[in-house]
Design a protein around this ligand. Structure first.
Ligand SMILES: Cc1cn([C@H]2C[C@H](O)[C@@H](COP(=O)(O)OP(=O)(O)O[C@H]3O[C@@H](C)C(=O)[C@@H](O)[C@H]3O)O2)c(=O)[nH]c1=O
Length: 181
């Protein structure tokens, strides 16, 4: 497992070791002891999520307010996505900044964002299946969204057409009007 820092120190790109052979491949998608040794942080995941989306779907930017804030470890096991983490911690020196990385079934990369980040992704393949572990349970009453195309965030989504959004995401406010953690 390799940990690659990003422009935002708390957001990490993770490359698991992949053991390929004539049958296919094997990898450890998460190993708590190795994670703690390599990041120096302890983490407890309580929920695993799995979504499938078609090309052009954009889910996000989502987060949960305290006491239900979620750290997320995200990977894409079918297809390819552009995955984004936005720092929405009001007192953070990187508040409002974002990290975007391509995650795919071919590169096996994972993106880690701690609690205090909004998360979203754009699907770049015909279909994509995204799996992510979270450090807190889903809590609909604390669930919030920020608009994906907020000019203040200026996320450089690799889009060639208008994205397909949920109703909730279409109506999401800009960060300046959002209730933040
Ligand atoms: C997120 C979530 C949704 N649901 C239900 C609620 C709803 O009926 C249905 C679809 O929910 P949503 O429209 O919120 O799903 P989605 O737009 O995929 O929401 C997800 O987006 C990505 C970007 C994230 O980071 C996640 O944390 C989550 O917010 O699934 C759960 O039961 N548990 C969950 O953890």
């Amino acid at each position: 497992m390799k940990i690659i820092p990003t422009e935002i120190p708390d957001v990490l790109l993770i490359e698991p070791q992949v053991f390929g052979d004539a049958r296919g491949f094997f990898l450890e998608s998460f190993n708590q002891r190795r994670w703690e040794d390599m990041t120096g942080q302890s983490v407890v995941f309580v929920q695993d999520n799995h979504s499938r989306s078609v090309r052009g779907v954009l889910r996000g930017l989502h987060y949960q307010l305290p006491p239900a804030e979620q750290g997320k470890l995200v990977r894409c096991v079918v297809g390819r996505i552009f995955d984004v983490a936005v720092d929405i911690r009001k007192n953070s020196p990187t508040f409002g900044r974002w990290v975007g990385r391509y995650l795919s079934a071919d590169n096996f990369r994972q993106l880690w964002m701690p609690p205090g980040f909004a998360h979203g992704f754009l699907v770049l393949s015909e279909r994509a299946e995204v799996l992510y572990k979270t450090t807190a349970y889903y809590a609909p009453e604390h669930d919030r969204a920020i608009r994906w195309d907020d000019p203040e965030l200026a996320i450089d989504w690799p889009l060639d057409a208008a994205p397909k959004l949920s109703e909730k995401d279409r109506l999401a406010p800009p960060i300046a009007e959002a209730e933040l953690p």
